[in-house]
Design a protein around this ligand. Structure first.
Ligand SMILES: *Cc1c(COP(=O)(O)O)cnc(C)c1O
Length: 446
C-alpha cells in the first residue's frame, strides 16, 4: 500500500464538499455534476474544454453578502481577481463599487457602464493615461502610491481645475502568513508609503502642500488569501495611530480603507470566516483602535476580490492521459493547465478535483492532476485522492477557480485561452469567448 499524506475525505474521494463549491452545485444520481442547473457534460459538449464556469447567482449573492455584512462600509469588488463586462454589470447591479488598477480594467468597467463615482483606482506605477482617464471620468477615489505620482496627479488636476479625491496607500509593516508574491504590507516590497519610516506622513504633507488633491484618508491592503483577522487588527492599529497623529496636528482624515485579501477555502482543510463575522471583527478592531487613540471612527471600506469571484467559478477539463507511477501516485493529465490556472506554480495554490461527468468507483487513489504544458511545474491539483476508476475522456471539475485564473491566464505554448461561461437557472451563456488561433496568430505581424 502506498504511504502518502492524503487530505481528509469527509465527503468521499469524489464528493462535493459544499464549502469548496458554489451553492448551486449538485451531483445528479447519474453522477453528473451540475452548476446553476447546467450539467457540466452539456456545457463541455457545447463550449469544449477547458472552460471556466461562473455561477452568476453565487457571484451576485456574494456581492450581496458583503454589501449587507459591511452595510456601514463602502465595499469595492477587486476587479483584478476576474473582470469582464458581464461581471462589471453584476457588480454594478449589486450596488457595490469596483476596484481597478490599470487602464484596461478601468476602460472595461467604463465600457460596461459601471458608474465612475463607484470606482477606486489603484496601482503602484499608474501611467499618465490612467491618471488622465481617472480624472476625466471623475472616478470615486484614486489611491496614490508614490511621491512621483502625487506630483504628477497634482499637476494634472491643477491643469484641469479639478480636485480629485485621493487616499494614501500606507504600508503598515505586517507580513501576513501567505505566499511572498501576495504579501503587500511588509517594508521590503513595492506598494505604498511606509508608516514606520515617516514616508506616509510625508505623502500626506506633499498632498497638502500641492493644495489641489482632496485627501480623504488612508488605504491599507495587507495581501491576499489571509485567514482570520489577526493581521488586519495589527494593520488597523498602525493606520489608526497615524490618523491620530495627523488629527493631533489638526488634520483629521475622514476615511480608512482596509483593502481586501479575505481568504476562501480551496481544499477541505481550509475554512473561510463567515462574512458577517469578518465584518464584526474588522468593525470592532477599528472601534477599539480609535477609542484607544482618541479619534472618531473614520468611514471604512473593504475590497474583497477572491472572496466574491473565487467560489463562484470552477474549471472543467477533460482527461487526456493517465500514468500510474508505482509507489508514487497516479498522474492524470488534462487539456489545460498553467495557461488557464497559474496559481499552483506561481503561489503554491492548492485545489481539489472531482470527476464531474459520471458516477465513478474504485479504491481511493492518490492523484496529481497535471496540465498539458511543457513545464514540470504545470500542476493543477498537487495532492488529491480520486476513485481508481477515472479513465480517459472523463470530465474533471476544479472548484474555486473564479479568482486569479482567467485574469492571470496566458498563452504559454501558444495555447488559446478557454471561454468563460455564465450559468444561471439551467441556462448557460457565453460571457467571454475562447481564443482562436486566428486571435493568437493575428498578433504576430513579423
Ligand atoms: C488584490 C487587491 C485586492 C483584492 O484582494 P483579494 O485577495 O482578491 O481579496 C484588494 N485591494 C487591493 C489594493 C489589491 O491589490
Amino acid at each position: 500500500m502506498i504511504s502518502i499524506d492524503t487530505p481528509a475525505l469527509p465527503y468521499g474521494a469524489n464528493g462535493l464538499q459544499p464549502k469548496l463549491w458554489s451553492r448551486h452545485t449538485v451531483r445528479r444520481p447519474d453522477g453528473v455534476v451540475t452548476i446553476g442547473g447546467v450539467a457540466l457534460t452539456d456545457l463541455a459538449e457545447q463550449y469544449g474544454t477547458p472552460a471556466y464556469v461562473y455561477d452568476e447567482a453565487e457571484f451576485r449573492l456574494r456581492c450581496d453578502e458583503f454589501r449587507r455584512a459591511f452595510h456601514d462600509f463602502d465595499v469595492y469588488y477587486a476587479g483584478k481577481s476576474f473582470l469582464c463586462r458581464a461581471v462589471a454589470r453584476w457588480v454594478a447591479e449589486s450596488g457595490i463599487g469596483l476596484d481597478v488598477c490599470t487602464e484596461g480594467e478601468l476602460r472595461l468597467a467604463l465600457s460596461a457602464g459601471f458608474p465612475a463615482e463607484r470606482i477606486v483606482l489603484h496601482g503602484n506605477n499608474k501611467s499618465a493615461v490612467e491618471l488622465e482617464l481617472a480624472v476625466e471620468h471623475h472616478v470615486g477615489r484614486i489611491v496614490v502610491d508614490s511621491f512621483d505620482e502625487i506630483e504628477r496627479l497634482t499637476t494634472l488636476a491643477a491643469d484641469r481645475g479639478v480636485c480629485p479625491p485621493v487616499l494614501v496607500r500606507a504600508t503598515v509593516g505586517v507580513r501576513p502568513d501567505t505566499h511572498d508574491n501576495i504579501a503587500t504590507a511588509h517594508e521590503d516590497q513595492k506598494f505604498g508609503f511606509s508608516v514606520a519610516s515617516g514616508a506616509a506622513a510625508d505623502a500626506v504633507e506633499l498632498i497638502h502642500a500641492g493644495g489641489v488633491l482632496d485627501l480623504r484618508g488612508l488605504h491599507i491592503h495587507l495581501g491576499s488569501q489571509i485567514f482570520g483577522t489577526r493581521e488586519y487588527e495589527f494593520g488597523i492599529r498602525c493606520a489608526v495611530e497615524l490618523l491620530a497623529e495627523l488629527a493631533k496636528a489638526g488634520d483629521e482624515l475622514p476615511e480608512l480603507s482596509l483593502g481586501g485579501g479575505f481568504a476562501i477555502a480551496y481544499i477541505p482543510d481550509q475554512t473561510a470566516l463567515p462574512v458577517t463575522e469578518l465584518a464584526e471583527r474588522l468593525r470592532s478592531a477599528v472601534g477599539d483602535a480609535c477609542r484607544a487613540a482618541g479619534i472618531r471612527v473614520p468611514r471604512l471600506a473593504v475590497e474583497p476580490g477572491r472572496a466574491i469571484s473565487g467560489p463562484s467559478g470552477a474549471t472543467v477539463y477533460r482527461v487526456g492521459t493517465i500514468k500510474h507511477l508505482p509507489g508514487l501516485r497516479t498522474y492524470i493529465a488534462v487539456d489545460g493547465g498553467m495557461s488557464d490556472n497559474i496559481r499552483p506554480p506561481l503561489y503554491d495554490g492548492v485545489y481539489v478535483a472531482v470527476v464531474a461527468g459520471r458516477d465513478v468507483d474504485g479504491d481511493d487513489t492518490p492523484v496529481r492532476v497535471v496540465g498539458r504544458h511543457c513545464d514540470a511545474g504545470d500542476v493543477v491539483v498537487r495532492d488529491d485522492v480520486l476513485p481508481s476508476g477515472v479513465r480517459l475522456g472523463d470530465l474533471l471539475a476544479v472548484p474555486g477557480t473564479g479568482a486569479y485564473c482567467r485574469s492571470l491566464s496566458n498563452n504559454f505554448n501558444h495555447v488559446p485561452r478557454p471561454p468563460v461561461v455564465a450559468v444561471l437557472d439551467g441556462q448557460a451563456r457565453l460571457i467571454v469567448r475562447g481564443e482562436t488561433f486566428d486571435d493568437l496568430f493575428g498578433l504576430d505581424v513579423g
